[in-house]
Ligand binder design. Structure first.
Ligand code: GRF
Length: 179
């Protein structure tokens, strides 16, 4: 079973759902994330774990990890989740957390990868799916796909299209490998 962490629109969550992957729980740090609407429409249990409801980030992450485990989650996918995970969470899902990021890591980590690539004037950027560690978009790379920057006007759209294909493929491969 897959648990997905989200903070925003949730188009990558939608791609996982549309691929027929077994998503059993969706958690967010923001109660207004549109991704939660997508999850509920698909009949998937959701919960919000806002930082201001907990003593600190580590305690929030522990409570969130427990909720995911209660929903049978064995693999965690970060799909536009905008907080770093703390050790208590990482320890509960060792080597079982993946993230999708809109650049060819280690180039352009962080929350503004697409605009950073445009500002840097590179010819090629892309998409990375990687295992998650305590760092910001660090952790072993599982798959990458390059995307040409030109035409710039459609770069964001083309990157998202690659994400929506690459993330479900990698998650599906991991699920098959552990069966
Ligand atoms: C994606 O570009 C993903 O790579 C990044 O955050 C964005 C999330 O988009 N980590 P969405 O919420 O899945 O639509």
């Amino acid at each position: 079973m897959i648990g997905v962490l989200v903070s925003g629109n949730g188009s990558n969550l939608q791609a996982l759902i549309d691929a027929g992957l077994p998503v059993s729980a969706v958690a967010s740090n923001r109660k207004d994330a549109y991704a939660l609407v997508r999850a509920r429409s698909a009949g998937i249990p959701t919960a919000t774990f806002a930082l201001d409801c907990h003593a600190d980030r580590a305690e929030r992450d522990l409570v969130m990890a427990t909720w995911l485990e209660e929903h049978g989650v064995e693999l965690v996918v970060l799909a536009g989740y905008m907080h770093l995970l703390t050790e208590p969470f990482l320890k509960r899902f060792p080597e079982r957390i993946v993230n999708v990021h809109p650049s060819l890591l280690p180039a352009f980590p962080g929350a503004h990868a697409i605009s950073d690539a445009l500002a840097a004037g590179v010819e090629t950027t892309g998409v990375t799916v990687h295992y998650v560690d305590a760092g910001l978009d660090t952790g072993p790379v599982i798959a990458q796909e390059a995307v040409p920057v030109e035409p710039r006007a459609t770069l964001e759209e083309r990157i998202h299209a690659v994400e929506h294909r690459l993330l479900p493929k990698v998650v599906s491969d991991i699920c098959l490998a552990v069966r």
